[in-house]
Design a protein around this ligand. Sequence first.
Ligand code: TPP
Ligand code: SF4
Length: 308
Amino acid sequence: MAFEWEDLLQEELLDPGILSCQGCGAVIALRHILRALGKNTIVTVPACCWTIIDGPYPYHSLRVPLFHTAFETAAAAACGIRAGMNARGKEDVNVLAFAGDGGTFDIGLQALSGVAERNEDIIYVCYDNEAYMNTGIQRSGATPYKAWTATTPYESPNQRPKKNIVEIMKAHKIPYIATASIAFPLDLYKKVKKAKEIRGTRFIHVLCPCPPGWRMDSELTVKIARLAVEAKVFPLYEIEDGEFLRINYMPKGLPVKDYLILQGRFKHLTENDINEIQKMVDYNFDKLLEEHRRSNGTIDNIERGLYK
Ligand SMILES: Cc1ncc(C[n+]2csc(CCOP(=O)(O)OP(=O)(O)O)c2C)c(N)n1
Ligand code: SF4
């Protein structure tokens, strides 16, 4: 499937006047995702920033229906909507669960696992801002090692590595999994288009910087999302049927420090901390490269410089 920028800019399903903070990565994500899915889509969001962003009833900022649901139920609610649509003969409606990292990595994981195990026919997107932002920046299972949050203050930053949600979903052997970035919108768009054509559970993990939570200037959202990819902190890849892994873009391999120093949530890090994080990032990326090689027989087919 070949797509160009004009395709991406075709349809606008997000209205102006949304209630997010300035520079919210989660808004950019849903904007592009809906452009790829089109109007024939129903979205469900659990308790999260997007509950607020959409607007208080009767206001609503999307040009598709959105169903607000309880924190732990994004996947289960999407599954129910799917069953309802099918019962009414509307099998062509895209059902999208759109949930934060708290509602995915932690409290919604059981429902998500159940849906994936049954291979229910939904698209689940986790917009990952690496903490419980809506309730005041508390640590989640997606919070990176040594990050500041309101519950992991500078004196005792987060001591655990980020949970690997993609590995967890991979173990369910669902037909399609992808990581994506708001700084690589065409790649995100292509992945959602691809997911739309596949039946069964599809899972997309999008890193969405959050200016207040990451303690950064609001104009840096896209730059930081790009640095996360280029520094190998958040590589872009996809997995088919729990087996075949493809890295979609070879990062430039910028120092992880370039990514960390723009964010106040990492301002307490020492040189030793940064070196330790660099080693973890390199280790994880090398494992991905190995998996890509195993699936493809080579790493020479990874795109380089495609999205400059
Ligand atoms: C069972 C339950 N526990 C706690 C809450 C309070 N709550 C609402 S939104 C939220 C944070 C959501 O975090 P996340 O899913 O990461 O999304 P974000 O706010 O970052 O967009 C919490 C804790 C709730 N609504 N329901
Ligand atoms: S707190 Fe973060 S995720 Fe929530 S609306 Fe603001 S920028 Fe977006």
